[in-house]
Design a protein around this ligand. Structure first.
Ligand SMILES: [Fe+2]
Ligand SMILES: [Fe+2]
Length: 191
């Protein structure tokens, strides 16, 4: 279960396919960012030993995904370059409360939803691809992102308990769906 409070508008797929180079480049950047976010949590919360191994493994996996996407870009002749990220993650982070431990719970759940939405969107793209190789790559990636969603929710439950996590999960799910609904359309994975 991905806990998403909304489904992506079907028109997004057509938009993404029409600007596939931009979306694939953005996807590569997203994998890099996912690794960096997991590493940041390792640095921010060294007192939570239970976070270290799962987040280290997750970060490694995201870097592998980054390298996979670099190969996809190479194969399609898309040069890797700097690209303006979508507003999605920044808007999502606005739900994070300032003081600890609330900040930690919220950050874990925001990460969980980025993973969930990525998984949903990759699923939509993989179904739309005409290229069987790209479809295969995406099927593998989206399975991992679903697992990452579960990892982040599981870590939150372990530290904050099932009840507190479930309650906050609902709030973050609604916030995520709202940010997506209100966002200006961009040619990005979360656009
Ligand atoms: Fe990933
Ligand atoms: Fe992930």
């Amino acid at each position: 279960v991905l806990h998403l409070a909304s489904r992506t508008d079907p028109s997004w797929v057509g938009r993404a396919m029409a600007h596939l180079d931009e979306v694939l480049l953005d996807h590569a950047h997203c994998e890099k960012k996912a690794a960096s976010t997991a590493i940041n949590l390792i640095f921010r919360y060294p007192d939570h030993a239970s976070l270290m191994r799962p987040l280290s493994a997750l970060a490694r996996e995201e870097l592998e995904h980054f390298e996979t996407m670099l190969k996809v870009l190479d194969a399609r002749g898309i040069p890797f370059r700097r690209q303006k990220p979508s507003a999605y993650a920044g808007r999502l982070m606005k739900v994070v409360r300032a003081g600890e431990p609330a900040r930690m719970l919220d950050t874990l759940l925001v990460c969980a939803f980025i993973e969930a939405r990525s998984c949903e969107r990759m699923q939509l793209l993989s179904a739309a691809f005409a290229d069987p190789l790209l479809e295969k790559v995406y099927c593998e990636l989206l399975a991992a992102e679903a697992r990452h969603h579960t990892t982040y929710v599981g870590l939150a439950e372990e530290i904050f308990g099932g009840e507190a996590t479930a309650e906050r999960l609902e709030t973050v799910a609604l916030h995520e769906a709202q940010q997506l609904a209100e966002a200006y359309p961009e040619d990005r994975l979360h656009g």
